[in-house]
Structures are given as C-alpha cells and as structure tokens.
Design a protein around this ligand. Structure first.
Ligand code: ZN
Length: 225
C-alpha cells in the first residue's frame, strides 16, 4: 500500500459531470439537479471508464475502521463483477477531497489523474457533501474522447456522523452496504431510477439486497469492457 502525499498539481480542467447525493429520508429533502442533468447526459452520450483500464482507488485514512475497509472491498468487488470494471485499491491518503479532487488531488507516479477517493468525512470538511443531511455523495469526472465521455477520476464520500445511524444489518433497505453500492453505482455512471431499486434516490425504496434488476442495470452500463 502506498501512502499518498501531495504531488504535482495538474492543470487540466476536468468537468464535474455529476454530484449525486443520498439524503437521509427523515431530514430536509433537497432537489439536487446535477444528478438529473447527468442522467440525461448519460442517455445522450456514451460514458465509459477510460479505456476500460483498472480503476485506481485510494482510501481516506480519516475515520477509517476495519468494518468500513471490509465494506469498501466487498462493494468494489460486487460493482466490479456486475459491470466488468475492475477496481484496484492502490493506497490510503490523509488528503481531504473537495469538489476539485480530480484536478488537484495527488496522483500516483506516472498517472494522469488522481485515483478515485473513497472515504468518510464530516460535511463541514468537504464541499462534496452538500450539508449535514447528506448521507453520501459521488463525483465522477469525465474527459472527452472524440464523441465519448470517459470517466477518469472521482470521489465517493460518506457523511461520517450520519453513517453511524445507517443500519449495518442486512434486513432493511437502508444499509451501509446498499449506501456504498448506490454511490459506487453513480461513480461508474448510473443515474437514479424511479422504480424501487438500489439506484432509487430515496433509501426507503432500496431492496434489502440488490435485486436481479439492479444487477441488470449495472450490466447495462456502456462500459464496453
Ligand atoms: Zn443517488
């Protein structure tokens, strides 16, 4: 495992394609338009992960626990198996990502873009979390390659204090595992759906475990891998 320290900043301008939030259902709801816009863009244009290369992931050191670490690994495997994409955890970082992570985040030697960040933070620490009612958020950053968009970096952040209130059991829909898979779904290019699904915007509509339909949705990603 590599301990990431800040390296040279890159000055490529990477657009933020999506910031997708999961809001705690019993808290103030907020209409989040970027995600809707993203879903529409997804319909118009192919989104792939860059050249189907393995997706490098760096884990935030802050608030990490063995349970969270295990959950990330299991969930990356689940989403990887469902999509054909491959995730590789390349190290840990003490950096606190902001919305511009894909531009200023530390890169591995020889890498063009920062690895995807996955970690647990408080909402005051990062502008990736909208406010203190945001359970989790994903940012996915594309570059344009001919007529396609290829995702090259991103960040998945969970609200550490709210996370404690999410069930760790597998009997209800709003579980930590489902929250993780939902956000990873956004990371690889899925928008929200309106039928009960792991990709519904409301955790109340999540199945206790992802269904066959959910797996099909993941499988429909135009990853071309
Ligand atoms: Zn969402």
């Amino acid at each position: 495992m590599t301990d990431y320290t800040r390296s040279l900043r890159i000055f490529l301008v990477l657009p933020v394609l999506v910031v997708a939030y999961v809001m705690a259902p019993n808290r103030a709801q907020q209409v989040v338009t970027p995600e809707s816009a993203y879903a529409q863009q997804t319909l118009r244009k192919t989104v792939t992960w860059k050249n189907c290369e393995p997706i490098s992931v760096v884990l935030g050191k802050k608030n990490m626990t063995p349970e969270k670490n295990r959950l990330v690994r299991e969930s990356l495997k689940f989403v990887g198996d469902a999509t054909g994409l491959r995730f590789v955890i390349v190290g840990t970082t003490g950096e606190i990502p902001q919305i511009d992570w894909s531009i200023v985040g530390p890169k591995a030697p020889g890498a063009q873009y920062p690895p995807v960040y996955v970690g647990w933070l408080d909402d005051e620490e990062t502008n990736i979390l909208a406010d203190n009612s945001t359970l989790g958020a994903s940012v996915a950053n594309p570059i344009a390659v001919k007529s396609d968009r290829q995702l090259v970096s991103g960040a998945v952040v969970f609200n550490n204090s709210l996370y404690q209130s999410v069930s760790s059991s597998k009997t209800s829909g709003e579980t930590r595992r489902n929250l993780m898979i939902h956000e990873l779904g956004h990371l690889v290019g899925l928008g929200h759906v309106t039928s009960p699904s792991i990709m519904h915007s409301n955790p109340d509509k999540w199945p206790s475990t992802p269904t066959l339909e959910d797996l099909k949705t993941f499988d429909k990603l135009p990853t071309n891998c």
